[in-house]
Design a protein around this ligand. Structure first.
Ligand SMILES: Cc1cc2nc3c(=O)[nH]c(=O)nc-3n(C[C@H](O)[C@H](O)[C@H](O)COP(=O)(O)O)c2cc1C
Ligand code: SF4
Ligand code: SF4
Length: 288
């Protein structure tokens, strides 16, 4: 007997997590329970996925290089057979350009395991690399996302099918970029360093989703298994972690979305659009 919905999610820096929480709120608002389970916690053996307990099953993730981060594939690999269980997906890119890639690989892996994907939602969220978007725009994106999620929850509970089209050329782009990113991530991880500002709190090692950080006399050392999630860099309380020559990838004046959302002085009404954002972001924010 199902106990409600579940969302398995991966979020490097909090955006996909905020979206997962929004799905949870919207399900609860219509009387459907919804558990949230971090994929990394299942992979680390801290919690069990137990998909047989839930209906429907949700999978949410941030976008890395037009694809789901590799940890999502690792998680799916470890799932028990799906026996036809219904799945909805949501993905959180920093730009809606090219729909943030194809979902055919994720759908294919889930289908191979016996899970039936019937619904997908695209949620544009603040970029966590290269450009820091305007705080007002970040707030606005979440307001639009909340409305989209409300609509999706109604559709999901009604069993409505809504699937993204994945033409072959889009799947090829996703595969190509993702292949490069997975390899680049290893070098990014190896370029990470903790400066003398490190206060040896151990937080980065504790929170790395791939256990790529080990502490040597309290200071972090980074291995080859980085997945470029950016978490250790942005969450370090001393801002001690930098990426050497690859530091251009990180946002210097980083501010997490939960802080922006909690700040009453941030006005979402007239956001500024960074010139590197595509017009898809404006369309998303202005005409949801
Ligand atoms: C390595 C990496 C690759 C990314 N690639 C893309 C991309 O291809 N398209 C995109 O729109 N956003 C991309 N982003 C931005 C994130 O998807 C976006 O900021 C998202 O909100 C991050 O979610 P999180 O906070 O849950 O990690 C990328 C971020 C990282 C760290
Ligand atoms: S989170 Fe920052 S301060 Fe804490 S151990 Fe890691 S690098 Fe040092
Ligand atoms: S080393 Fe840092 S950026 Fe790489 S996976 Fe771990 S937390 Fe993420």
């Amino acid at each position: 007997m199902a106990t409600g919905a579940v969302i398995y999610y991966f979020s490097g820096t909090g955006n996909a997590e905020l979206s997962a929480k929004s799905f949870q709120r919207q399900f609860q608002a219509v009387g459907t329970g919804c558990d949230l389970i971090r994929m990394e916690d299942v992979l680390k053996g801290k919690v069990r996925s137990e998909p047989g307990k839930y209906d429907p099953l949700g999978f949410g993730y941030c976008i890395h290089a037009f694809n789901a981060p590799r940890i999502v594939y690792d998680f799916i690999e470890r799932l028990p057979p799906g026996e036809g269980r219904k799945v909805f997906l949501f993905k959180c890119p920093g730009d809606g350009f090219l729909q943030a890639g194809a979902t055919s690989m994720i759908r294919g892996r889930l289908n191979e395991k016996g899970y039936a994907v019937f619904h997908e939602t695209l949620l544009v969220t603040p970029a966590n690399v290269l450009i820091r978007i305007d705080d007002g725009l970040a707030k606005r994106l979440y307001a639009v996302g909340e409305r989209k999620i409300r609509k999706s929850c109604v559709e999901i509970l009604a069993g409505k099918t809504r699937l993204q089209e994945n033409p072959l050329w889009l799947a090829a782009i996703s595969r190509l970029f993702s292949w490069g990113e997975t390899r680049g991530a290893r070098y990014f991880g190896k370029s990470l360093r903790a400066s003398g500002a490190c206060v040896r709190c151990g937080r980065c090692a504790e929170n790395c989703p791939t256990r790529n950080i080990r502490l040597v006399e309290g200071k972090p050392e980074f291995g080859w298994d980085c997945m470029l999630c950016m978490r250790c860099i942005y969450e370090c309380p001393a801002r001690a972690i930098t990426a050497g020559p690859l530091n251009f990838f990180t946002i210097r004046q980083w501010r997490g979305s939960s802080d922006i959302l909690a700040d009453p002085s941030v006005n979402p009404k007239n956001p500024k659009y960074h010139r590197l954002l595509t017009k898809k972001v404006r369309e998303y924010a202005e005409n949801p």
